[in-house]
Write a protein that binds this ligand. Structure first.
Ligand code: AMP
Length: 279
């Protein structure tokens, strides 16, 4: 696997690969890689000639400076993990390589930006789309792989792709979980063994939403799951919503074509998100 730290060097390399008509699959990450990230790379490897992964702890998407500071950065072990995959090139830029001092611009993403995660983490999706746009410009992938784990992020990036008419196919990959059901996340390392057990309430809540789905109204389902989460030891619920899978507007009728249940909660000092596609 080749490692690039500058845009110019990565662009040069990709130019020569594209001249040989190779297709490129791209997996952007902020590092601390786990099986969830590796599943995206595996999918990219199956569908493209060449896989590019980026690791960049993007400061503009962190609205809490403490969260940015304590975000895990095990770069040596990340590289070792990538070496075992079909990843051909790793892009590992510095902040200075990606941003000019005082750089400020944003993309109008419409309503989707202010819901759920966007409401709780103002500016988060502006940061995400800034960096993803810059990375897409450099890599110019045929396909880019994102996890369903960050469902709203996928919708936001899709909105950006439509706004700019970008020639990239977005691929959503399923949530990879621990054997006990906890959605894999780089933040899970901050959970104590007790908190890990408490955090299982999130995936259990989504299971409950799934089993209720065919039997109860959306309103009853949502109320029951919220009650379950509120009574779960150690879980501080931020939101649980059953939403339209395209707009993230609350769903009030079971007739809606695409339906997803999304949850966010704090367990100790760790913020966790998870979701399940109900339809
Ligand atoms: P991150 O490094 O947390 O920004 O994640 C990079 C990519 O990996 C995003 O597209 C995430 O949605 C995806 N991802 C993170 N966790 C998982 C997971 N447990 N299963 C599948 N994809 C994931």
């Amino acid at each position: 696997m080749k490692i690039f730290t500058t845009r110019a060097a990565l662009s040069d390399y990709l130019h020569s690969e594209k001249a040989q008509h190779k297709t490129i699959g791209f997996v952007p990450t902020i590092g601390a890689l786990h099986q969830g990230h590796l599943s995206l790379i595996e999918n990219a490897g199956k569908q493209n000639d060449l896989v590019v992964c980026s690791i960049f702890v993007n400061p503009t998407q962190f609205n809490d400076p403490k969260d940015l500071e304590k975000y895990p950065r095990p770069i040596e072990s990340d590289i070792a993990k990538l070496e075992q995959t079909s990843c051909s090139a790793l892009f590992l830029p510095s902040v200075e390589e990606m941003y000019q001092i005082g750089e400020q611009w944003h993309i109008d993403l419409g309503e989707i930006e202010n819901k759920l995660e966007g409401k709780i983490r103002p500016g988060h999706y502006q940061g995400v789309t800034q960096i993803v746009k810059k990375l897409f410009d450099i890599v110019q992938p045929n396909r880019a792989y994102f996890g369903q784990k960050d469902y709203q992020q996928f919708l936001v990036v899709a909105q950006m792709v439509r706004n700019f008419n970008l020639h990239v196919e977005l691929v959503m990959c399923p949530v990879i979980r621990e054997a006990d059901g906890l959605a894999m996340s780089s933040r899970n390392v901050h959970l104590s063994p007790q908190e890990h057990k408490e955090a299982l309430a999130l995936s259990r809540a989504l299971k409950l939403a799934q089993s209720n789905f065919s039997e109860k109204s959306i309103t009853e389902n949502q109320a029951e799951v919220i009650q379950f989460l509120n009574s779960s030891e150690g879980v501080e619920l931020e939101y649980f919503e059953i939403c339209d899978g395209q707009t993230l507007e609350p769903v009030t009728s079971a007739e809606t074509e695409s339906i997803v249940a999304l949850v966010a909660a704090r367990v100790g000092h760790t913020r966790l998100i998870d979701n399940v596609i109900l339809r």
